[in-house]
Write a protein that binds this ligand. Sequence first.
Ligand SMILES: Cc1cc2nc3c(=O)[nH]c(=O)nc-3n(C[C@H](O)[C@H](O)[C@H](O)COP(=O)(O)OP(=O)(O)OC[C@H]3O[C@@H](n4cnc5c(N)ncnc54)[C@H](O)[C@@H]3O)c2cc1C
Length: 428
Amino acid sequence: MKKVFWNAVLIINFYIILYFWFTNSGYLIYGAKSGDIFIALGRLAGLLSEFLILIQLLLISRFTFIEKQYGFDKLISIHKKIGFFLGVFLISHPLLLTIGYAQSKNIGLIDQFINFITRWEGIVGATLALLIIIFVAVISIKKYRVKISYEVWYFLHLPLYIAIAIALGHQIKTGDMSSGGAMYYWFLINTISIGVLIIYRFLRPIYLYFVHSFKIEKIVQENEDVYSIYITGKNMAKYMFQSGQYANLIFLQKNMMFHHPFSFSDTYNGKHLRFTIKASGDFTSKIEKLKAGTRVWIDGPFGVFTLKNSVNNKYVFIAGGIGITPILSMIKSIHNTSLGILLYSNKSEEDTNFWHEIKQSQIESHFFNTSLGVHNRISVEKIIEICLDYKDRDYYLCGPSQMTTNLVKQLKKVGITNEQLHFEKFDY
Ligand SMILES: Cc1cc2nc3c(=O)[nH]c(=O)nc-3n(C[C@H](O)[C@H](O)[C@H](O)COP(=O)(O)OP(=O)(O)OC[C@H]3O[C@@H](n4cnc5c(N)ncnc54)[C@H](O)[C@@H]3O)c2cc1C
């Protein structure tokens, strides 16, 4: 389903919500009583908050049809941007309602707030839900997020689901969506969004686990701190992926049971999957302790970093360090390697991964060792020097964030379009 379809779904639902709000609360806009307009806007802020929450759930649900169109990176970036507007609506909702009802009853804001808490059904729960959502939004701000480990951040995120359930209950009990067609519509869009999340985020990996019974076949050390994990299982021919994609892996071994994303480092062969992992942090430095036979939980494949999305049939592959994994898979998937050129940067020759496989593929390859000095880095000047037809190629980049961001900027400056640029970031 194309992007235009999803944009249409979004806009249509936005108008349906506006319609129900206007038919139920519209009269307040022209209301004679002081405070009416605040009440109407407060209700609208509440509805839009829930609508944005549902969009947020869909964005992180890994729903295949949306993920295929945008890619998870893009979806996460939209998720972060929406988070800001969601915060504004969430805080405006109780604030505007308190001002509105206080004005209409001619009482103070604190008195009105106490009145809500003590007399209105479900407001205590709704306040708790709001506090949970604000807490999660705050810990997700980059400044605070980087101070806690990904695992801690992930588990602190989970109470959000309770908050969403409370918020829904609160809206079905009171407000513009509490009766008639509006209530059924509200139930429907909530059920669909939460259902999609449960199916794609939780049930799909369980299904894949039972169909394929993934387990580690062998572990091969590629380099000082780089290991390839070969995974096999049942019905492997039916587990399809495209070169360049990745999956979330959970190894069912003590202290390893937390999902982490890794790219397929080899092509689809119907027998086993290969992931190549560099020891770089808490989790990845334990990879060498994995044992053959360990069961693996795999969710995926995901990602739009694939040759299918190219606009030309000639490529420049640019990899830095362990960023070679999806690139190698792509190189091995093209039948005519003369269509591609690889530029691969590492600290030193010893750090270069898959040297033999790259050579075997016969792709034109250029290796860069950054320890030899700045002149030994990949730059746009070097790319132009190496490929005379640089304007007619698609660019696939995967490496350290800074390298990827700089090269993408430089390539745009020499006229490479967004459509020709494809990159995968290994850090969220
Ligand atoms: C699409 C994608 C493909 C990747 N492919 C490969 C690959 O082929 N080979 C490889 O070696 N590395 C790959 N990575 C990077 C790898 O996932 C991280 O290095 C690893 O998860 C870091 O975990 P850690 O606990 O060892 O490091 P830490 O030092 O604890 O984490 C470093 C950073 O990694 C990120 N991170 C940590 N845990 C997770 C998680 N569970 N989910 C998402 N991000 C997390 C966070 O931004 C964190 O700040 C890929 C990452 C992504 C997003």
